[in-house]
Design a protein. Structure first.
Length: 275
């Protein structure tokens, strides 16, 4: 008998996915295996999906702990390398470390042996320059099945050029009040150049730092600050997208397909699907 798929309305999906999921969460330290950073996992689960997350320019990884923990509560192993923290961030080096983080997720024993990652269910994500680095990494790794960026910025080498070589489905969330990386020349341009299925959404009230958490001295230099509304929307859409592409979960399709006032669906090319 075929499994019945219960599809929620966009509003129901947004409310559900913006809250913690059903899984207790464990936290680990990537430094134990030689790479500074943090990893959050569900308490148990075999063949889980995993995502490696890149931080923004001058942003400590702790500013994304809430998002990483949230994803783990929904059954996604979420890890972030704490590298390239200085003002001269190398997007190329961060991209390489994002892929190394995925290698750790699939090749190192997690928890007490009750957690494993399926090497066919891997994703990359990132905020700001970390989003650009995620695009660079995805262009070099066919094993990556999904890419998510939050207020992505263009990088050197060019994430815009690299986007043309990415065949994995991509979700790009841009901030309408972004004065650091205006969407038209950064996130939107990257999405327009995307080589595979892609969706681009604009959060009209979000700022460049709206996806980050807590406070940090870099707010004196950069525009914006942590925003509760951006957190809610970011967590819901990132979770829905990763579950859809990496696990085939269809319950939240209405959220991914709807044009919301708080998250405008600017354009989509090809239907989002699992690979």
């Amino acid at each position: 008998m075929a499994r019945r798929v219960i599809t929620l309305t966009a509003k129901q999906a947004l409310e559900q996915l913006s809250r913690p999921g059903p899984h207790p969460v464990l936290r680990g330290d990537l430094a134990l295996v030689g790479l500074p950073g943090v990893i959050f996992t569900p308490q148990s689960g075999l063949g889980l999906p995993a995502v490696s997350f890149g931080h923004g320019w001058m942003q400590p990884v702790r500013r994304y702990h809430g998002l990483l923990r949230h994803l783990a509560s929904w059954g996604v192993v979420a890890a972030a390398p704490a590298v390239e923290r200085g003002p001269l961030l190398s997007s190329r080096v961060l991209a390489a470390n994002l892929l190394t983080t995925l290698d750790i997720c699939t090749g190192v024993r997690l928890g007490s042996g009750e957690i494993s990652v399926d090497p066919a269910r891997l994703a990359l994500a990132g905020h700001s320059m970390g989003g650009g680095a995620a695009v660079l990494a995805a262009a070099e790794a066919d094993r990556v099945r999904a890419v998510v960026t939050l207020a992505a910025t263009e990088t050197r080498p060019s994430a815009l050029d690299a986007a043309r070589d990415v065949r994995a489905p991509g979700l790009h969330l841009a901030a309408g009040e972004d004065r650091i990386a205006p969407p038209v020349g950064h996130a939107e341009a990257i999405a327009q150049a995307w080589g595979g299925p892609v969706q681009f959404r604009l959060l009209p009230k979000a700022s460049h730092l709206g996806f980050t958490e807590g406070r940090h001295w870099s707010e004196l230099m950069l525009d914006g600050r942590a925003e509760r509304g951006s957190h809610k929307l970011g967590r819901a859409f990132v979770t829905a997208f990763l579950l859809r592409v990496l696990t085939g979960e269809r319950a939240y399709d209405e959220l991914l397909e709807s044009d919301l006032k708080a998250a405008n669906l600017v354009f989509q090319r090809e239907a989002l699907r699992s690979r």
